[in-house]
Design a protein around this ligand. Sequence first.
Ligand SMILES: [Zn+2]
Length: 328
Amino acid sequence: MKKNGLWRLAMAAVFVMSAVLGGCDQVQVDAGAAGPIGSPTVRPQGTISAAQMGARLGLGLQKSSAHSATLGNQVNTVMFFADPGGVAYVNGVKISPQGGIMRVGRVIYVPQSMEQQIRASLRAIPRPPVRGASPVRVVHATPTSSEPVLKYGPVIVDPGHGGKDPGAGHNGCTEKTIVLEVARMVTEMLRASGVDARMTRSDDTFVELNDRAAKARQVRAKLFISIHCDAAANRGARGFTIYTPETRRRQSSAFAAAIEKAMLGTNMSSRGVRGADFRVLMRTTCPAVLLELGYLTNRYDARRLASRSYQIASARAIANAVTAHLTK
Ligand SMILES: [Zn+2]
């Protein structure tokens, strides 16, 4: 009986959710420059494309993908992630949750109302003192299409598995897909913070373990992080785990500690830092960690691993830890 009651409650919640989400589906023809020239796009009401928001703020669209858009100029980076609710970062700081960021086709749309909040958080571009000529002509910041300067690294971001090797698969989730999503976000966040982050795979392809480690050696990487999801026969097992190369634990311990500290901020529990002779770790020469984000075999963890909010939170934690470690 109790189960039945819960079920009804859940169905009611689903109904309410779809009603709310249905409300977001109102669309209007976008007369602006959101889509490719000549193709009128539809945009959710009250929103403008990330590129249009950038134009208003004097920021160029530096990168746009299926799940995120990055705006920037010489001194600012603004990132939008489309997911249920959406999330925005201005210079690495999350601006208060406002929802309404979404994707239509390949374009990220953001609420117009976010403009003021972002503008208030932007850093001013330092201007060289101008002698003589007065009054000074106000020059609007030129949108830049160039990549941010990559001062730190290189750092190798290694999404586990891929292609013919799906990794763990339980509760309707596949490891290779989740870790690729997280790794992509980590890489984008790092590059936005000036870290030369490189992926061992950026799509659903199979890469040999030796080749992953070899890539780190070839580019003389400063750090190596491999991202995975766990599985265990014991369905009760849950939490994230950090592994360092068994024979070089000391070399990686500070990096591992930084990752653990940042990951605790996601409210996932830690199973600690452990030594292991994973081949991908043993064949690297720089500080290296393998992070298991949580257990796909545990119902609670699996739900979080599949959620956009945990994927973004863990990506942010990893990126923060890497940046902190490189710049300390
Ligand atoms: Zn794995």
